[in-house]
Design a protein around this ligand. Structure first.
Ligand SMILES: *Cc1c(COP(=O)(O)O)cnc(C)c1O
Length: 248
């Protein structure tokens, strides 16, 4: 199978733009990491490439990016297939229907949006099948927690009270690895308050499952606050890639 090259490897204007933007975000991360006294344990950067082209993902890989995030299965599956040679780690960060589990486990290193028991069951079944076929590694799973007080779920996630049960399911399911928690700061609220709450939820989970050390938090607007409150995985899109293009 030969796919058209996503990017010809030339040092074009877009590569130059991405280089500058990526460097600026890395400087912000370094400054916030130093400010929080976390130089020994800096957060990992996941570049969120949703709505941007496979060519942009290839350029980012050339600039040293190893981890990319996507929120729609079809788009992620297409890019992962075209860019398989680059050996990127694909992080699924969007709401996930159980019937997409089979597809997602074909390319995803991690799913950051595990928010219900039924999805755990679907992912476990799909990973075990995939492991039988390809010997893939266990799937890293983050419990997405809603930090909205009125949990109408518009930004997704399980209510905090559901975290212990999801933790137990993930910790015991074959093929899955309980990585930790994930959240998006509620719109309009203080990111500090949200990420402080998430840190507390993470501490509660770790008391039960010491391996669940990961905190996936922090986007373009609030990465500094997330780092202050212990984020281990940042998910940054717009400030690196620019405004998301209209879907086409
Ligand atoms: C789009 C998205 C991001 C990246 O947000 P930016 O504001 O573009 O940095 C992070 N997390 C999730 C869940 C997203 O959907």
């Amino acid at each position: 199978m030969t796919a058209p090259a996503a990017w010809d490897g030339r040092d074009d204007d877009r590569l130059a733009e991405l280089r500058v933007r990526l460097a600026a975000v890395r400087r912000r991360i370094d400054a916030a990491t130093a400010g929080a006294g976390r130089q020994e344990a800096p957060p990992e950067l996941i570049v969120v490439t949703k709505f941007h082209s496979a060519g942009d993902v290839a350029r980012l890989a050339a600039l040293g990016v190893a981890d990319v995030g996507e929120n729609r299965d079809q788009e992620a599956a297409d890019k992962a297939a075209r860019l398989a040679e680059l050996r990127l780690r694909w992080h699924f960060i969007g709401q996930l229907q159980s019937n997409k589990a089979k597809s997602v486990v074909k390319y995803a290193h991690a799913v950051h949006s595990v928010d219900r028991a039924q999805l755990v069951t679907a992912l476990a079944k799909a990973v075990v099948t995939e492991q039988g076929r390809t010997g893939r590694e266990d799937l890293e799973c983050f419990i997405q927690v809603s930090l909205d007080d009125d949990a109408d779920g518009h930004r997704g996630g399980a209510v905090p009270a559901a975290v212990p049960e999801l933790g137990e399911l993930l910790a015991t399911a074959a093929g899955l690895r309980l990585a930790g928690v994930m959240a998006v700061a509620p719109l309009g609220g203080s990111p500090d308050a949200a990420f402080e709450k998430l840190a507390g939820i993470s501490a509660g989970l770790r008391a039960e499952y010491p391996q669940a050390t990961a905190i996936s938090a922090g986007m373009s607007q609030d990465l500094e606050a997330a780092i202050r409150f212990g984020a281990t995985h940042l998910r940054i899109g717009a400030d690196i890639l620019g405004p998301r293009p209209a879907v086409g």
